[in-house]
Design a protein around this ligand. Sequence first.
Ligand code: FAD
Length: 413
Amino acid sequence: TERAVIVGAGLAALRAAEAMRAAGFSGPLAVVGDEPYRPYDRPPLSKHVLTGETPPDATALPGRPGLALDWHLGVPAARLDRTAQEVHLADGRALPYDRLLIATGTRARPWPNPHEGRMPGVFTLRGRDDAAALRAALAAGPRRVVVIGAGFIGCEVARVCRSLGLPATLVDPGPTPLARVLGSTVGGVVGALLREDGVDLRFGAQVEWLEDEGGRLVRAHLTDGTRIEAEVAVVALGAVRNTAWLTGSGLSADPGGVDCDADGHVLDADGRPDPRIAAAGDVARFPHPLYDGRRVALEHWGHAEAQAVHAGRLLAGDRPDAPYSAMPTFWSMQGDVMVKSVGLTDGADAVAIAYGDLAARRFVALYGRAGRCIAAVSVDCARWLPACAELIAARAPFPPDGAAVDRNARSLD
Ligand code: FAD
C-alpha cells in the first residue's frame, strides 16, 4: 500500500484529505501540524473571536467522518528528504511517503525588531493562540490600541477595537487603508467607514519603534515625529509563507511560496515537477490561467479549499480534467460592511464603478488592466459580483459596455 503525508494541518490539509479519501485513496494518511489543534477556521479570529462572541475552540472545522487520519500535532516538520521520500519531524521521527501534500500556509510577518516584537502588549494575529491572547488583552480594557498596517486584518482589528469601545489608532504608510490591494478609490471608502467608527487614522506615516516602560509597551513612535500612547500594539504587516522547512529539499521555494506547475505538482530548482508531491493553499505559488499563466500565491479561504480539493484528487491518482483555475474570491467584514472581491487587482491601471453609488457606499468597482477586466470589489453590494466574474473570466474589454454592466459606469482614475 502507498502511504501519504500531508504537512500543515489547516483548511487546505483537511479538504485535501477529504478529497483523497473521496477519490478512493485507502492507504495510511498522516497529517502533521505544528499547532496543537486539529484544523480550524481562521477568518473568525479577527472578527467574532476578538469581540468575544465566538470562543476560540468553536472555530474547529468539522471534517467528513471516517477519514482515518493519523494526526501528528504540536510538532513541526523540520526537513524534507525527497531522495529517501521522508518527512523529518522536529522530534526526530521520520514519516515515509509515496505521496505528499505541502499545505503549510503562512505566518504573520513579525515586527522587524525582535526585542520590541516580543514585548508584552505587542501582538500578531494568525492562529488560535494569538487570537486568545489578543482577546484577553483587549478585554482588560487598554487605554489605547495601536494597529500597525491597514491591510484586511489590520482594518478588521481596528473596527473590533471600536466595537468594544476601545480607542484605536491605525497607522499605515499608504494614502488610504487597503491601498495596495484595492487602490485608493475603494480604500478611501473603507477609510471613511473607519473614521466614522472613531478610528484615529494616521496615513503616510510608519511606526518607527515601540517603547517600553518596565518591559511593557507604553508608546509607539512614528516617522512623522508623533507618539501614540498605547498599551497594546497589533502588528498586521502581512504574511510570510512557511517554506523554511523545505530548505535543502531541492524544491523551488522561498518566503513567497513553493512553486507548482499548472496541475499542482511542486517544481524542483530546475523547474521539473515532482510527481509525488503537490502543494495547496496559502503556501502554493502557481500559474493562474486567468492571469496569463503568471505565478500567484493567494491568501484566500475559498482558494485554499478549492485548490486543496484539486490537489487531493491529483495525489489520489484521480487526475482532474483541467488545471486548477478557480476564480480568486475573497471577503472581509469591515464592521457591518461586507467587502467582497473576485479576480486579482494586481497591476490594475484603472477602476470604474460598475454598479451602485460610491457616495452611498454600496457599489461594485471593476478593475481594468490594459483594456481588460481583471477584478471586481463589492462594498455591501455582492449580488452583482457573479456578473463581474463572468466579465473577468471572458477577459471582457474595460471599461465594459453593453448589457452585462450598467451603461453609466464611469471611470474614476
Ligand atoms: P493555514 O490555515 O495557515 O494552515 C497551515 C497550517 O500549517 C498552520 O496550522 C501552520 O501552523 C501549519 N504549519 C506551518 N509550518 C509547518 C510545519 N513546518 N510543520 C507542520 N505544520 C506547519 N480569508 C478570506 O478569504 N476571508 C477572510 O475574511 C479571512 N480572514 C482571515 C483572518 C485571519 C486572522 C487570518 C489569519 C486569515 C484570514 N483569511 C481570510 C485567510 C484564510 O484563513 C487562509 O487563506 C487559509 O487559512 C489558508 O489555509 P491553509 O490551509 O493554506 O493555511
